[in-house]
Design a protein around this ligand. Structure first.
Ligand code: FES
Ligand SMILES: [Fe+2]
Length: 381
């Protein structure tokens, strides 16, 4: 690809350069990202509990590929390229569904079991030489973590521990810390899907900094007063932003939430921790719930974000009203995504041709940019 270097360091040492505007607008950059980021790294695709029963399936766009994830008769999750091996029709055309035992292509009825083997096709009996495994669906690597299925399209997936789990260890400064929230055992209290007209990187950058918190997040800075200073929970390793003195819970009005999750420690109580699991996941930890964002970058200027609010199973089972805590981060999401949408059109302005600048409490975003440029094989100069 063309390798326009990012703009030279600004004159003031307080400021470092962002990526140039075209990284947010150029379809060719997005295509490179699909190949070298979304199709090469582990991509958080679905929540396991969304595929509760054998035969349940979901389809997800991962880079340029469509992937179908199923639950087998024996209860495991499997992922396949959503392409029929006969003449290439898309096998599952719905975003989600449920089959009894098999996935049948709607074109000529080639039929695959939930492990991907070809089990039936018109006249297959007359073609005994056809190997049912060889002409089975193409498998995609899958790992489960935090209750979600992460898939990787690479022929040789990178280490899941080093590239995914490590993000939480590095952020929290402690390998055991995320486990105390028992995220994989939590139940879904609410899901909100946002269709954001902005490049996925603007959403990542926004999540990584809190320089904007005082300006656009009045409810959040009320609950987490230190966010008003602009130093996000992600600036300091191991640091979680402390609730304000009068604040009882992570709710829109600071009123009480639910009992803290059983293994959350005294150090973690009354604090908010944020983790960016590159490329597309944000994890937000508070004592009584976990908020997990998954991004689905669909174009250089469009990203769907699915946000799950997860609570102790007994909270959800009791029918307790979760709306006070949902409302807090829902407002934060709307405020953040509006800011990203306001920024996106300006990325193609002449004013942003060489990019913008990062102030000191945003300098850590430069690490994200360096990570991306490295994956794209672009020069840093
Ligand atoms: S393309 Fe699927 S059965 Fe022919
Ligand atoms: Fe924000």
């Amino acid at each position: 690809m063309t390798t326009t270097p990012i703009s030279p360091s600004p004159a003031s040492p307080s400021l470092i350069a962002t990526l140039p505007g075209r990284y947010y607008t150029d379809p060719e950059v997005f295509r490179q990202e699909q190949e070298k980021v979304f199709e090469s790294l582990w991509f958080c695709a679905v929540r396991g509990a969304d595929l509760a029963k054998p035969g349940a399936f979901r389809t997800v766009q991962v880079g340029r590929e469509n992937v179908v994830i199923t639950r087998t008769r024996t209860g495991e999750l499997r992922a396949f390229l959503n392409v029929c091996r006969h003449r290439g029709a898309r096998l599952c055309t719905e975003a989600s569904g449920e089959v009894r035992r098999s996935l049948q292509c709607p074109y000529h009825a080639w039929t695959y079991d939930l492990d991907g083997r070809l089990i039936a096709a018109p006249n297959l009996i007359k073609m005994p030489d056809v190997d049912r495994v060889e002409y089975g669906l193409i498998k995609v690597a899958l790992r489960e973590w935090l209750g979600y299925a992460w898939v990787c399209l690479a022929d040789e997936p990178p280490s899941f521990e080093d590239t995914v789990v490590h993000a939480a260890v590095e952020r929290l400064g402690d390998a055991a810390a995320i486990g105390h929230y028992g995220t994989e055992r939590l139940a879904l209290g609410r899901r909100v899907t946002y269709d954001v007209r902005a490049n996925w990187k603007l959403i990542v950058e926004n999540f990584m900094e809190c320089y904007h918190c005082a300006t656009i997040h009045p409810e959040l800075t009320e609950v987490l007063p230190e966010f008003a200073d602009g130093y996000a929970a992600q600036y300091y390793v191991g640091h979680g932003a402390e609730f304000g003195e009068e604040i009882k819970g992570f709710t829109v009005d600071g009123g009480a939430g639910f009992a803290k999750l059983p293994e959350v420690t005294a150090d973690q109580d009354r604090r908010y921790y944020a983790i960016t699991v590159k490329p597309t996941v944000f994890v937000n930890l508070v004592p009584d719930h976990v908020i997990l964002h998954r991004m689905f970058p669909l174009a250089e200027d469009r990203t769907v974000v699915e946000c799950d609010w997860l609570y102790a199973p007994e909270v959800v089972a009791s029918g307790a009203d979760v709306s006070k805590s949902v409302e807090l981060f829902h407002r934060v999401n709307v405020q953040d995504f509006e800011a990203c949408e306001r920024t996106q059109p300006a990325m193609s302005s002449r004013a942003y041709r060489r990019g913008g600048v990062l102030v000191p409490n945003e300098h850590h975003i430069g690490i994200f940019h360096a990570w991306l440029l490295d994956l794209l094989g672009d020069s840093h100069a």
